[in-house]
Ligand binder design. Structure first.
Ligand SMILES: Cc1ncc(COP(=O)(O)O)c(C=O)c1O
Length: 367
C-alpha cells in the first residue's frame, strides 16, 4: 500500500470528509458512499482506459472465487450448442493451474498449453497453443505471482483463428502496464496487490458477455445482475472500495499507469541486473518472460546449484539478515521455494535499492 494512502485512511477513520462518520459507518446507499464508489469507478476507467463497452464491477470472493464465477457466467446456453461447454486454459504456473482445476466443475477443460512445475519459467508461444474448436473462453494468468512469469503482450486470439473471448487473471500486475482491450473479453484481479486491501475483486467484462450465465450461477455473482445494480446488488465491500479509490487517486497523482509502468521497468531491471551480475543468486525465468512485479531468485550452494531446501542455513541466514534491515516477506512461496521480491506499484525505488545493496553485502560475507 502507498504510505500516503494509509496516512489518508488514518485521517479519515473517524470522520470522512467532515460528514461525521467513518466509511465503515456509512450506508452503502447514502450519498457519501455513492460518491466514493462512483469516483473509484470513473478513476479506474480513466487509469486503465477501460472502453465504454466494458462494465467495471467491484465484487467479492477474490481471484479464486472468480475461477468459479467466470465459468458460471460464461458457460451458459446463450446461442450456443447444448453439449458440455469447453473452456481453454493456458497453464503457466500455480494460479492458472488452479483456474483450470476449478473450471472443471462447470465445463470440459482443454489445457491448450502448459508448463510444468518446477519449469514454470517461460510462456509457451501462442502459435503452438492447442486451442479447441469452439471454447467458451480462453483463460490465461498474465502474471504468475509465485513463479514470476509475465506475459509481455496479450495473445491475439483472433489472429490464431479463435473467436472466443480472452479471460485474463491480472491479479498481480494490474495497473502496472496498459491493457490492450481489443484482445480481451474479461479481466479480473483481486485488489490486494496493486489496487488496495484484500476483499475487493475487480472484474472488467465486455457487455456482450454479461448474460451468458449457467442457471446455477448465484444472483450475487451473476455479472448481469451485479452490473445492473452498479456493484450494489448486495452490500459491496465498502471500506475496501474506498481505500482502492484512494489508491487510484494516488496512481493518478504519480502520472497514471504509464508512470507505474516506467517505475516497474526501472525497479525490476535494477533487481534482475543485480541478480544476473552475481555469482550467488539466480533467477531461472526466460529473459523475455520475467515479471516486473514478482522477482523470484535462489541462492546457490557451494556446489553452484540453487538451494532448493528452504531450511538450508544459507537461506535462513539470508532471510535473518534481510529482516534485520527491515527487508520483509522475501521468503519464496512454499510451492516454489527460494526467495521472492514482490515489488508492486507501491514499493518505492528506494526499497529495491536497499534490497540490491543487501544482496551485494550478503554475497560479500561469503567470500
Ligand atoms: C495471479 C493470482 N491469481 C489468483 C490469486 C488468488 O487470489 P485470492 O486470494 O484473491 O483468491 C492470486 C493471489 O496471490 C494471484 O496472485
Amino acid at each position: 500500500m502507498p504510505e500516503a494512502v494509509l496516512a489518508q485512511v488514518a485521517r479519515d477513520m473517524l470522520d470522512w470528509n467532515g460528514c461525521g462518520m467513518g466509511v465503515m459507518e456509512m450506508s452503502h446507499r447514502g450519498k457519501e458512499f455513492t460518491s466514493i464508489i462512483q469516483k473509484a469507478e470513473s478513476d479506474l476507467r480513466e487509469l486503465l482506459a477501460v472502453p465504454q463497452h466494458f462494465h467495471i464491477l467491484f465484487m467479492q470472493g477474490g481471484a479464486l472465487g472468480e475461477n468459479a464465477i467466470i465459468p458460471m457466467n460464461l458457460c451458459g446456453p446463450l446461442g450456443h450448442d447444448t453439449a458440455t461447454p469447453t473452456v481453454d486454459v493456458v497453464v503457466t504456473g500455480g494460479w492458472s493451474q488452479k483456474s483450470a482445476q476449478e473450471a472443471k466443475r462447470y465445463a470440459h477443460v482443454n489445457v491448450a498449453a502448459r508448463t510444468q512445475a518446477p519449469d514454470h519459467t517461460r510462456i509457451p508461444d501462442a502459435a503452438g497453443w492447442q486451442l479447441s474448436a469452439n471454447p467458451r473462453y480462453v483463460h490465461i494468468c498474465s502474471n504468475e505471482t509465485v513463479f514470476g512469469v509475465e506475459f509481455q503482450n496479450l495473445p491475439d486470439l483472433q489472429a490464431l483463428g479463435c473467436q472466443a473471448p480472452l479471460v485474463v487473471d491480472a491479479s498481480s500486475h494490474i495497473a502496472s502496464r496498459a491493457i490492450d482491450w481489443s484482445k480481451v473479453g474479461l479481466v479480473f484481479a483481486g485488489a490486494q496487490k496493486n489496487l488496495g486491501p484484500a476483499g475487493v475483486t475487480l472484474v472488467c467484462v465486455r457487455d456482450d458477455l454479461l448474460d451468458q450465465a449457467l442457471a446455477i450461477c448465484p444472483s450475487a455473482f451473476h455479472y448481469k445482475t451485479v452490473a445492473a445494480n452498479e456493484s450494489m446488488f448486495n452490500t459491496p465491500p465498502t471500506f475496501g472500495i474506498y481505500v482502492a479509490g484512494l489508491v487510484f487517486q494516488w496512481i493518478k497523482d504519480q502520472g497514471g499507469v504509464a508512470a507505474m509502468e516506467a517505475q516497474a521497468i526501472r525497479k525490476s531491471q535494477l533487481l534482475y541486473a543485480a541478480i544476473d551480475a552475481s555469482a550467488l543468486y539466480v533467477n531461472p525465468v526466460a529473459a523475455d518472460c520475467r515479471s516486473r512485479m514478482n522477482v523470484p531468485f535462489f541462492l546457490k550452494g557451494d556446489d553452484g546449484l540453487p538451494l532448493l531446501d528452504a531450511t538450508h542455513p544459507r537461506n535462513a541466514a539470508f532471510l535473518a539478515g534481510a529482516r534485520d534491515r527491515g527487508l520483509l516477506n522475501l521468503k519464496g512461496h512454499k510451492s516454489a521455494g527460494g526467495m521472492r521480491a514482490s515489488i508492486y506499484n507501491a514499493m518505492p525505488l528506494a526499497g529495491v535499492e536497499a534490497l540490491v545493496t543487501y544482496l551485494q553485502e550478503f554475497e560479500r560475507t561469503l567470500v
